[in-house]
Ligand binder design. Structure first.
Ligand code: NAP
Length: 266
């Protein structure tokens, strides 16, 4: 198969690309900056840097001949309006290009348990899901829990000696396992909504951040903060851990910390 991975240079995207290649697929990597060797991981594939999925120039050409598109693009914002604008525009632009190029399956990655927490970034993910479900291309929406890489992503986005982390109960999963899940879904027929994918254990964001900093030998103070309002209540409620019917990854956070997937200080 020919599989295009939009956001294929990102945290989960590079795993999807590497695993699609390992499974023998032809892979096209779409991103603005590009670069097939990102963070020391050779993701392989045909690199199409310079493609912005919110604008669309060059997208139809890049997608011609693709059987499926995996969308793992992302934006970093705590503004609901900006998140909605990004995910809606990116999804509609990608779907229009897929329709024009004759792509038969769009696989979108979303987040487990966000339905009752419709604020901030999650409002953007819910808008993305709606745009996919009402779009012109057969689709599969896969939801995953926070990645093991998530604590590092949050910490690296915060400046200063003290990091304030929201009270967040989660069941994190390795991005490697999410990437493999997305490739398996792209190989099959469009199913609408796929099973949720969560990790093997419950964790608290503050605890995993502290374990990661200690493992990496970094001295940084992290403090938990219970966020006010529906968003804070939702994060602390455990809803993001998913239900009993979710598929479970095998790699625990501590196994991931010791694995080659964890870049120290990253
Ligand atoms: N992180 C988590 O814990 C987690 C958990 C569950 C689901 N998810 C979902 O997984 C997806 C990927 O997350 P991630 O953490 O892997 O993201 P990430 O590391 O921030 O990577 C984002 C990717 O998107 C590309 N990108 C961003 N804007 C683009 C644009 N306008 N046009 C083309 N490419 C663009 C980036 O490359 P360029 O910068 O070169 O464009 C990069 O390859 C997100 O939708 C997120 O909601 C994440």
């Amino acid at each position: 198969m020919r599989i295009a991975v939009a956001g294929g240079t990102g945290v989960v995207g590079r795993h999807a690309v590497a695993q699609a290649r390992a499974a023998g697929h032809e892979v096209v990597v779409l991103s603005r900056v590009g670069g097939v060797d990102v963070g020391g991981v050779d993701v392989g594939g045909v690199d199409v840097g310079g493609v912005d999925v919110t604008r669309g120039a060059g997208l139809v050409e890049a997608l011609r001949g693709a059987d499926a598109v995996i969308d793992v693009t992302n934006t970093t914002t705590l503004s609901a309006a900006k998140a909605i604008a990004f995910f809606e525009t990116a999804t509609r632009t990608l779907l229009a290009a897929e329709e024009a190029a004759g792509v038969g399956h769009h696989v979108a990655l979303s987040i487990v348990g966000i339905d009752g927490i419709d604020s901030s970034y999650y409002a953007g993910k819910l808008a993305q899901e709606r745009a996919v479900a009402t779009g012109p291309v057969p689709f599969t929406i896969a939801r995953a829990a926070q990645f093991h890489e998530f604590a590092g992503q949050v910490l690296s986005g915060m400046r200063g000696p003290v990091a304030l982390l929201p009270t967040l109960l989660m069941r994190p999963v390795a991005a490697r396992e999410v990437g493999a899940h997305l490739v398996r879904l792209a190989e099959g027929a469009a199913t609408g909504r796929a099973s949720d994918l969560v990790g093997p254990r419950d964790e608290i964001l503050l605890d995993v951040a502290r374990r990661q900093l200690a493992f990496d030998g970094l001295r940084r103070r992290v403090v938990g903060v219970r966020l006010p309002g529906a968003y804070g209540t939702g994060l602390a409620s455990g809803a993001l851990r998913g239900g009993a019917d979710a598929r479970q990854g095998r790699i625990t956070f501590d196994e991931w910390l010791r694995s080659e997937d964890h870049v120290r200080g990253g």
